[in-house]
Design a protein around this ligand. Structure first.
Ligand code: AMO
Length: 434
């Protein structure tokens, strides 16, 4: 294609060729204005009918919104136009016409319903506020990657077709693997541990996880992006420090690199980098605080997991990111190590945003005999996990890690109501395409 000038770079006095979508056409009789939109902004093309050849005015009279056009012309200052400039076209070429009936109109001020938007994601993403979410998502994932690398971690990728689950059997998606039973991975948990026990020591992965969750809620997906860390010679406190740094670095990057996108979302004043030193509440303190709010019909008792209502009540009371530590061992998975002082209390932790859980982690059980006991206590067959447990016989150092929900991170950063807003093509109980 012909070289194009990006709309944000157009200067008065230049002759430019820009390409983009027809955002709006206003024909005032005698003069028409065509607003061209592309990623960097919008540009007014001014078409005075008497002064321009029929080859240009005829094209304009036939234009449909969202068609892709290429305009060559001279730029002049015009204070009333977007960006303060307008282009007088020498030529306008339709590169790809759009059908006149649009399933979703990107220039509409009022948002279409979410299902309509997701069914027409290409058109939806032509809206600046939707575009802004995914520009920020890209910034966040790059910042997370940089943060881990600065913290001495090596990026890994682990299989997504696996032989066993890790996070509870009912949430698995079974598939057929050349006639054998297999599953989509729920978490890179066991693989990242196997690699933390190698010379790579500290590793991270950003990749998909698949959960056959029954929940159809604004914060659950059936395919999500998990940001995982695992570090040898780390305890739970070390892993929490790594996680806190990742969260802070991600927020800082958004301010430094995506401030325009933040303004597009109207968040330039409210968006803040969380202060370091996140509060660390023990599970006991957390349930006491929840019960003290009086928000629950039934008070929590020791051993209960935190319900959505409990998380909300606690989040309101704390008001910023916080950790919950020292969870009862019985509600944490087999791979989480118990505390040395009390085997009913685990080293597991959760990172909470005032609105919801963002991450879980903990120190892992690295002693082979205790690991096997843990499987048996949770009713799991250790033989099925032999590929994993056997490496614990050959010098598995103490290690710890976490899994952080990528979409929940973005959803909470950008105050989105529904997690699906943070995914291009979300997978939920109803949605399998696009
Ligand atoms: P867990 O199951 O708590 O822990 O998952 C970690 C984080 O991943 C996100 N998450 C989800 N986000 C959207 N939709 C879902 N269905 C979904 N499921 C999980 C959440 C959650 O806090 N292996 C452990 C982590 C570890 O110990 O390293 C694990 O997977 O933000």
């Amino acid at each position: 294609m012909k070289e194009r000038t990006r709309v944000a770079e157009v200067e008065p006095g230049q002759t430019v060729t820009v390409a983009g979508w027809v955002h709006e056409i206003r024909d005032l009789g005698g003069i028409a204005f065509v607003i061209v939109r592309e990623r960097t902004g919008r540009l007014q093309v001014t078409v005075p009918e008497d002064d321009l050849p029929a080859s240009v005015t005829d094209v304009v009279s036939e234009l449909s919104r969202e068609s892709v056009i290429q305009v060559t012309g001279v730029v002049r200052e015009e204070g009333r136009a977007p960006g303060g400039v307008e282009v007088f076209p020498e030529s306008i070429e339709v590169i790809a016409p759009a059908a006149p009936q649009l399933p979703l109109d990107p220039s509409e001020k009022v948002d279409a319903e979410l299902p309509t938007r997701l069914n027409n994601r290409t058109l939806d993403l032509r809206k600046p506020d939707v575009q802004a979410i995914f520009e920020i998502r890209s910034t966040v994932l790059a910042a997370v990657r940089d943060s881990f690398r600065r913290q001495g971690c090596v990026e890994i990728t682990t299989p997504k077709i696996v032989a066993t689950g890790t996070e509870g059997g009912t949430e698995l998606f079974p598939i057929s693997y050349f006639g054998r039973e297999a599953f989509m991975n729920q978490s890179p948990q066991l693989f990242k541990q196997l690699i933390a026990g190698s010379n790579l020591e500290s590793v991270f992965e950003i990749g998909p996880i698949f959960r056959a969750e029954e929940h159809n809620t604004p914060r659950h997906l059936n395919e999500a992006t998990s940001i995982d860390f695992e570090g040898a010679y780390c305890d739970a406190s070390d892993a929490m420090s790594v996680l806190e740094q990742v969260i802070i670095d991600a927020h800082e990057a958004v301010i430094d690199e995506a401030s325009d996108a933040l303004s597009t979302l109207g968040l330039e004043d409210s968006f803040m980098v969380p202060a370091g030193g996140f509060e660390r509440l023990t599970y006991d303190e957390a349930i006491d605080q929840v019960n003290a709010t009086g928000a629950l019909d039934e008070p929590l008792v020791w051993g209960d997991d935190l319900s959505t209502e409990a998380e909300r009540a606690l989040g309101e009371a704390v008001g910023s990111h916080y950790f919950i530590t020292h969870w009862p061992s019985e509600i944490k998975p087999f791979y989480i190590k118990d505390t040395d002082e009390d085997e009913t209390i685990s080293t597991g932790f959760d990172l909470m945003h005032p609105r919801m859980e963002l991450s879980s982690g903990g120190q892992r059980e690295h002693r082979h005999d205790r690991l096997i006991e843990g499987f048996e206590q949770q009713g799991l067959d250790p033989d099925a996990f032999e590929y994993y447990t056997k490496m614990f016989k050959y010098g598995m150092p103490p290690h710890a890690g976490f899994g952080l929900g990528g979409e929940r991170l973005i959803m909470t950063m950008l105050e989105l109501d529904n997690i699906r807003e943070a995914v291009l093509f979300p997978r939920d109980r109803q949605r399998l395409s696009p």
